[in-house]
Design a protein around this ligand. Structure first.
Ligand SMILES: Nc1ncnc2c1ncn2[C@@H]1O[C@H](COP(=O)(O)OP(=O)(O)O)[C@@H](O)[C@H]1O
Ligand SMILES: [Mg+2]
Length: 238
């Protein structure tokens, strides 16, 4: 079998004396949607931030696109084709929607930037109508689209989405998951972190359940969704 696009082995992370990840293994193959579910504080964001180079691992290996990336600077990892839409969106509030998107395509020619912008706007028509608006004035759901669009502007091989549905109204949650479904249909490779385990498990091919910095369970998403422990803890009972 060929090597997965992302392959994580024994990844350990600590914040000072406090261990956040105790040696996790995780894989994402090209074209897969993989979700990482777990309670608040389980270590989901830490996992994504370590993959994108924002947090340094204490131990373990991270292979991405055939390279060892553990400990590489974030911009070097981004250049290899890994893009993250961070928790809480983190759009540049004072900048226009268009400029936020353009930031995601840094290092690209103007012509290519425009091509990518057209692609992203085809996916998010709501943003096309609001290109000159200050991003900070958009609704939470629209800001999530900006964050996802910014990540897509890099033409990444792997997209990391950190709690895209967090804090959104039910209508916007549905919209964001529709967008993830469309990205999946296009064959994009996605690692999705969600507290909304029900929706995440519906959309994902495979799933990992993270508890207190350890992978407790993994497998096809449909099977993970049927696990009694997962049902009780994350899917609101039996
Ligand atoms: N910058 C930080 N400094 C110290 N501790 C942190 C930091 N970020 C996260 N933690 C701790 O690491 C653990 C995992 O947090 P996090 O990865 O944010 O979990 P999740 O995204 O699953 O809610 C928590 O105990 C959290 O308090
Ligand atoms: Mg988090």
């Amino acid at each position: 079998m060929s090597e997965a696009l992302l392959s994580v082995r024994g990844l350990a992370v600590a914040y000072g004396p406090i261990a956040a990840l105790h040696g996790i293994d995780l894989e994402v193959a090209e074209g897969e949607v993989v979700c990482l579910v777990g309670a608040n504080g389980a270590g989901k964001t830490t996992t994504l931030r370590t993959l994108s180079g924002l947090v340094r691992p204490r131990a373990g290996s991270i292979r991405f696109a055939g390279r060892d990336i553990a400990g590489l600077a974030p911009h070097r990892i981004a250049r290899l084709g890994l893009a993250q839409a961070p928790e809480g969106r983190q759009v540049f509030a004072e900048m226009s929607v268009a400029d936020n998107l353009r930031l995601g395509g840094w290092r690209t020619s103007e012509a290519e930037l425009r091509r990518r912008m057209d692609e992203v706007l085809a996916l998010f028509p709501r943003l096309a109508e609001r290109l000159n608006q200050r991003a900070g004035l958009m609704s939470g759901g629209e800001q999530q689209m900006v964050a996802m669009g910014r990540a897509l502007m890099a033409h990444p091989r792997l997209i990391l989405l950190d709690e895209p549905s967090m804090g959104l109204s039910p209508v916007m949650v549905d919209l964001v998951f529709d967008l993830i479904a469309r990205l999946k249909a296009e064959g994009r490779t996605i690692l999705l972190v969600e507290q909304n385990a029900r929706l995440a498990l519906e959309i994902a091919d495979r799933a990992y359940v993270l508890e207190s910095g350890r992978i407790r369970l993994s497998g096809p998403a449909a099977r993970v969704a049927e696990d009694p422990g997962v049902t009780a803890a994350y899917l609101g009972g039996g």
